[in-house]
Write a protein that binds this ligand. Structure first.
Ligand code: C5P
Length: 401
């Protein structure tokens, strides 16, 4: 049955970003009822949301409506989820004290659906103890909150207060509408992520374009589905998700050693890290000096690093599931199949990194899952969270076989 989500927009500059969210929800067959506060209509017009949601936008408590006898109660009862985004400091305060002087605040009080609040405001307003106390009170009453992102804000200062990425809000909505199955309960999954780094000297190193996003999404998805997760991470700018065992590492050899030590404890191992294939044969003890005129040449001798998955694949235990990635620039399927065999994997997630919307430093990926049993499943362009879900679905189907 189609799910119905109320999107409550309050007065904040991020209100315009909700157009993307409404559009994404609609495209994914979720019915959206947009409710705006008076202040929100000053930032973006209801017409935008009427066009995107395909239905009238609600903002006036007193206006009669044919669809519901008592509008705020009728809407509140129909919702599967109410999202307040952006949630201003003022609206959060109103929610805390149960004020109900406009349509959105009455719906908040009247609904029994889960409510997701996504604050977005100036850093000082957000960090103000009044706002923080209000948020704590609301959390203790069962309201869900998303932390704002940190960055440059519309008011010119930098700090916490930005609306999280629409993709992340969308993910939260999907999780609340369809709580993930606990199909990895009792299983331990180890995933590696990020780029490995190989020292040249004490200040320089060789790394690559791996951002860690794919591996971190896999770790999060596995956590959500009940697994115990070990995240072995090379360099990345991402925050490790709470609730897992986080092991930061530097080079490929260290990553390999850590994973070998933990291999026997794991039911599932996924290699999503961008492991460097070479390291500097002899890293310098001191910083390598340059000559003043810049004419010097520096030749580094590189030697191979261990292939981590191949090493683990060689001592794979019965029933252990191992998954690798194959980022290719040509002959994707054949190269991926070779990796599947040489690394003793159960399936490979192959992608052509030359395609737009695939590969490194990108929020989306276009992948093909190639299994040992010969099954080849090509997936459309998806967010990395969606790819992570597809990978875990495949792992679960193998565990159940
Ligand atoms: O052989 P290639 O580097 O393309 O294989 C990619 C897969 O192998 C990825 O899953 C990656 O994490 C893993 N890998 C590894 N150790 C290496 C190189 C790649 O585990 N030294």
């Amino acid at each position: 049955m189609t799910k119905k989500v109320g999107i409550g927009i309050t007065g904040g500059i991020a209100a315009y970003k909700m157009a993307d969210l409404v559009s994404k929800l609609k495209k994914n067959d979720i019915e959206v009822i947009v409710i705006m506060t008076e202040a929100a209509t000053r930032f973006i017009t209801p017409l935008t949301f009427r066009t995107l949601s395909g239905r009238e936008v609600l903002h006036d408590l007193w206006e009669q409506h044919d669809e519901w006898k008592v509008k705020h109660i009728g809407v509140a009862e129909e919702l599967d989820l109410l999202v307040i985004a952006p949630a201003s400091a003022d609206f959060i305060a109103k929610m805390t004290y149960g004020l109900a002087d406009d349509l959105l605040s009455t719906i908040v009080l009247a609904t029994t659906a889960p409510v997701l609040v996504v604050p977005s405001m100036n850093t000082n307003m957000y960090l103000n103890p009044v706002t923080q106390e209000n948020i704590e009170k609301l959390i203790s009453r069962g309201y869900r909150f998303m932390d704002p992102d940190t960055g440059l804000l519309a008011c010119g200062v930098s700090g916490q207060g930005r609306l999280p990425e629409i993709e992340d809000i969308y993910e939260q909505i999907i999780n609340l509408l369809n709580p993930p199955p606990q199909d990895l309960q009792g299983k331990r999954l180890m995933v590696n992520a990020g780029t490995t780094c190989e020292d040249i000297d004490p200040v320089r190193f060789i790394a690559n374009r791996g951002t860690g996003k794919m591996g971190y999404c896999i770790a999060e998805e596995a956590l959500k589905r009940g697994a115990e997760v070990i995240l072995v991470s090379g360099r990345t700018h991402l925050e490790p998700p709470p609730g897992l065992e986080f092991i930061p590492v530097w080079g490929a050899e260290e990553m390999c050693q850590v994973m070998r030590e933990r291999q026997a404890d794991c039911d599932i191992i996924i290699g999503a890290a961008a492991v460097g294939d070479f390291r500097v044969a002899q890293a310098a003890d001191q910083k390598i000096k340059k000559t003043d005129d810049g004419s010097q040449r520096l030749v580094l001798e590189l030697v191979g690093t261990p292939d981590i998955l191949k090493t683990l694949g060689a001592s794979k235990q019965t029933g252990q599931i191992m998954v690798g990635f194959a980022a290719e620039t040509e002959d994707v399927l054949n190269n991926a199949k070779k990796k599947l065999k040489s690394k003793n994997l159960d399936f490979v997630v192959a992608n052509d990194v030359t395609m737009e919307g695939a590969g490194f430093a990108c929020d989306t990926n276009i992948v093909t899952l190639i299994s040992l049993d010969g099954e080849v499943v090509s997936l459309p362009k998806m967010s990395k969270q969606e790819v992570a879900r597809a990978i875990i679905d495949k792992v679960v189907s193998l565990l159940n076989n």
